[in-house]
Design a protein around this ligand. Structure first.
Ligand code: PMP
Length: 351
């Protein structure tokens, strides 16, 4: 593929990634009317927020000459990143190899394979998530023409959200006469919370930024991998290098069963087919709003769609336990805020 073709394809992909609607979710909590705002990231080309990061990292690498035509893209991921690089990498002519813990949902594996990418499963004995990352580095040492996106340490991951997700949220809120009081997001790499946070803090210095983690596996609060949880895509086993907890507010913990119940409610009652971390993000937004006052404008992301979880507990009956918030939530509906105009985020190489 020529450089001109690749540049044109990358520019075209911009229309398939990002610029998602912002949803104002109307609900009642303990009978009181409430609204929280969520970016519909499940509407990206492969159904997750990671498409933003994958496209931005590849485009930055082209611009900086760090990736050659046809180089193999090799990444460690718990799923969505693999799907994003598989699709976007293939669209731009790159073979893709994904190292992935072998306990991720079968749908994730099947989806990555469906784009023609190769998956290398990594068992717990081989090091699980951290082992997957080490294996990508080993692969790059042994082979030529390999590009490692390194999503956990590459600041282009943060930039993707500082340059797109953050400005979109602010633009969509302001167009509706609102200003954000807080942003919350479950942490996988930390790219979303750090990037959106970086942008919002410049424009709204008092905005609160809360990372979210599963109560059953509080990696961020403890600094290491403890327990097990069912919110795939977050709390991967370690604190990622691009996450700077010192510049964020308190970590919010959400029970994985509560997140599952919330995601089920969003699908069954509002027709929003979102994944488990979206349920967690919604509940974390509600918790922060409760601390700040019911009128606070709290924003978050629905990070992916539910298609990767059809074989998981998301489609099973989930027991309600003490301390869950979902039983006190009654969903009323949502309003979709108009997308920001396409030309707002255009950069020089595509105009
Ligand atoms: N939710 C899901 C479903 C994800 O796949 C991810 C990314 N691993 C996240 C949330 C967290 O996003 P980030 O990596 O930007 O912290």
């Amino acid at each position: 593929m020529t450089t001109a073709t690749r540049t044109r394809r990358a520019a075209d992909l911009r229309h398939m990634v990002g610029n998602t609607p912002l949803l104002a979710i109307r609900f009642r909590y303990r009978g009181q009317p409430r609204t929280v705002y969520a970016k519909a990231e499940h509407m990206n080309i492969t159904g997750s927020i990671k498409d933003r990061m994958a496209l931005h990292i590849l485009r930055s690498a082209y611009r900086e000459g760090r990736i050659g035509p046809g180089d193999t893209v090799v990444e460690a991921t718990s799923g969505n990143t693999g799907i994003s690089f598989a699709a976007i990498g293939r669209a731009l002519g790159h073979p893709v190899v994904i190292f992935m813990p072998d306990w991720m949902s079968v749908e994730r594996v099947a989806l990555i394979r469906s784009f023609g990418a190769r998956i290398v499963p990594v068992s717990k004995e081989e090091g699980g998530f951290l082992g997957s990352i080490a294996k990508t580095e080993e692969f790059a040492r042994q082979q030529h023409h390999v590009f490692l996106p390194r999503q956990f340490s590459n600041t282009a991951n943060v930039d993707a959200h500082a340059q797109t997700t953050g400005p979109e949220i602010l633009g969509q809120l302001q167009a509706n006469g609102l200003s954000p009081d807080a942003f919350v997001a479950g942490v996988g790499t930390g790219g979303t919370v750090m990037g959106v946070g970086e942008f919002l803090r410049i424009h709204c210095p008092n905005v609160r930024l809360h990372p979210v983690e599963p109560a059953e596996s509080p990696t961020l609060s403890t600094g290491c991998k403890v327990g097990h949880h069912r919110i795939q895509g977050v709390s991967d086993e370690f604190i990622p290098p691009i996450l700077d907890l010192a510049c964020l507010d308190d970590v919010i913990a959400v029970h994985d069963g509560d997140a599952i119940l919330m995601a089920q409610m969003l699908a069954c009652e509002l027709g929003l087919a979102v994944g488990i971390s979206s349920g967690a993000n919604f509940l974390a937004a509600l918790m922060v709003q409760d601390m700040m006052g019911g009128e606070a404008v709290v924003t978050t992301v629905f990070a992916d769609d539910n298609k990767k979880y059809l074989s998981t507990d998301l489609l099973r009956e989930e027991p309600v336990r003490d301390g869950y918030l979902t039983p006190d939530v009654e969903l009323d509906g949502y309003e979709a805020f108009r997308r920001v105009c396409d030309t707002c985020f255009a950069t020089d190489d595509e105009e």
